[in-house]
Ligand binder design. Sequence first.
Ligand SMILES: Nc1ncnc2c1ncn2[C@@H]1O[C@H](COP(=O)(O)OP(=O)(O)OP(=O)(O)O)[C@@H](O)[C@H]1O
Length: 481
Amino acid sequence: MAHVLLIDDDPDLIAEQVRHAFPAPAHKVEVARTGAAGVARVREAAPDVVLLDLRLPDRPGLEIYEEIHAVDARIPVVFVTLSKNADAAIEAMKRGAFDYLFKPLNPAQLRRVVGEAADVAQRMREPAVLAETLPEEDVGGAIVGACPAMREVYKAIGRVAAQDVPVLITGESGTGKELVARAIYQHSRRSRATFLALNCAAIPENLLESELFGYEKGAFTGADRKRIGKFEQCSGGTLFLDEIGDMPLALQAKMLRVLQEQTFERVGGGETITTDVRIISATHRDLKAVSADGRFRSDLYYRLGVFTIHLPPLRERGDDLPVLIQHFLRRFNRELGRDVREVSPEVMERLRAYPWPGNLRELQSVLKQALLGSVGSVLLPAMLPELIVEPAPTAGPAPTTERSSLEEFIRGRLAEGSETLHDDAHRELDRVLLPLVMEYTRGNQLQAAKILGVARQTLRRRLRELHITPRFTDGSEDDTD
Ligand SMILES: Nc1ncnc2c1ncn2[C@@H]1O[C@H](COP(=O)(O)OP(=O)(O)OP(=O)(O)O)[C@@H](O)[C@H]1O
C-alpha cells in the first residue's frame, strides 16, 4: 500500500496517471493544488511519498520542499518538472529529494520511481525494535532473539548508534545485517533524515560508481543529463552499503576519500562536492582476509570497520530458534491467511537439527512453504519442504583423521609453549587443505582459488612455500611465474 500526495496546480492529467499506476483500493492518491495545502496535508496525513511540481502558483517548489523536509525529512519527495533543464531538481536532490521526473510522465518510470520511494519510506518507518522476548504485537522489522551473542549485538547497537562513526556489520548471508543497519539508523541522531541502501554486489561494476557518486551530462554514452548519486542524495543521512566486500578495487579509492574528507567528484565532472553521510556497511566476507589478499584496500577496511558488529549464524543462536519460528509463523499466518499456532515436537527437532546455511532468510522461506502446504493449526513433518525432511549433514566438518592430526599438532605446540602458533597452525592446515582442493579441481588453480576464496597468486605462492606439487594437472595451468 502506497499513500501518494501529488502537489500540483494543474493536476488532472498527472493525477490520472498516478492513480492508474497506483490504483485504489490498494493505494491512496491525494491531490493538493497549492504548496501551502500540500504542506498542510503532509503535516496531517504523513503520506509515504510526495510528488511535487516545481512550479506552483503560491511559492517556489524548492521552498515547499524545504517545508516538507522540516515536517518530516523521511518522506521521500519526487519532483515533477516541465522543463528538461533540471537545475532546480538537481538543487533539490542535493538537499535530499528522492528523485525527479519530467513531464509528460513516462508511466513505467513513474511506477518505478514512486514505488522505490514508497519502499524506502516504509523501511525508514518500520521500527527496528530490539526484542529480547517476542514482542506482544508483531512489529515489522523487530529484531527477535535473546541468546548471548544477540544480546552482545544489541549492546553494540546501543553503544554505536548515537556516535556518528562508520559501522561495519559482518555475518553470513541472511543473518539480519540490513535489519541491524536500520536499527542503528533509527537509534541515531540522523533518524529523521534519509536512509538509503545499496547492494554493491547487485549492481554492475560500471554502474556502481555513477549510482554512488552521480555523473555529469556527457560523462559517457547515454549520459544525456546530469544525475545525482546516492552520496549527494543522502547528505545529512545514512547510507547502507551492503556487500561492501564486493566493491571493485578501482572504486575503493574514491570511497576512502569520501570517508576521509567527505568530498568527491561526479563521474565526468571536475566540481568537488562535499557531502555529510554516515556509512554503515555490511559484508558476508571475511574482510580482513580479503584485504590481506589484496582484493580490498586495507586502509578502507580500517576506516569502515572503526566499529564492527558481528552477527552470529542462526545455528549458533540456541534457544532463539523457537522464538524466531513463533515470530515468523505469526507474521506469515497473517500474510497467507493461515492459522498455524504450533509446531509438532518432531518438526521442532528437525528444524533444530538443520544447520541453516541460509540463516534467517532460509528459515523464513521454509516456514512460508510449510504454511502454504498446511492444514489446521499444527505444523506436522509432512508439511515441511524436502530440504528439512531430509536434513543436510550438520554444520561443520565431521572429525577426520586430518582434523585430529591438526588438533594433535596444536596441542603439541601448546605444550611446547609456542609463540608462533597462529602461523604454524595455518601452515599445517594448508598442508591438508590445499592438496585436497587441488585434487578436487584436478590441478586447476583458477578453480581452486575460487573455491578457497583467495587470489590465484596467493594460492600459487602458498603452494610454492609449502612445496606442494599438485598430483593432477589438466594442462590448463601454467605454474611458472
Ligand atoms: N533477529 C531477527 N529477528 C527477526 N527477523 C530477522 C532477524 N534477523 C533477520 N531477520 C529477517 O530475516 C531476513 C533477512 O535479514 P537481512 O536481509 O537483514 O539479512 P542480511 O544479513 O542483510 O542478508 P544478505 O547478506 O543476504 O543481504 C529479513 O526478512 C529480516 O527481516
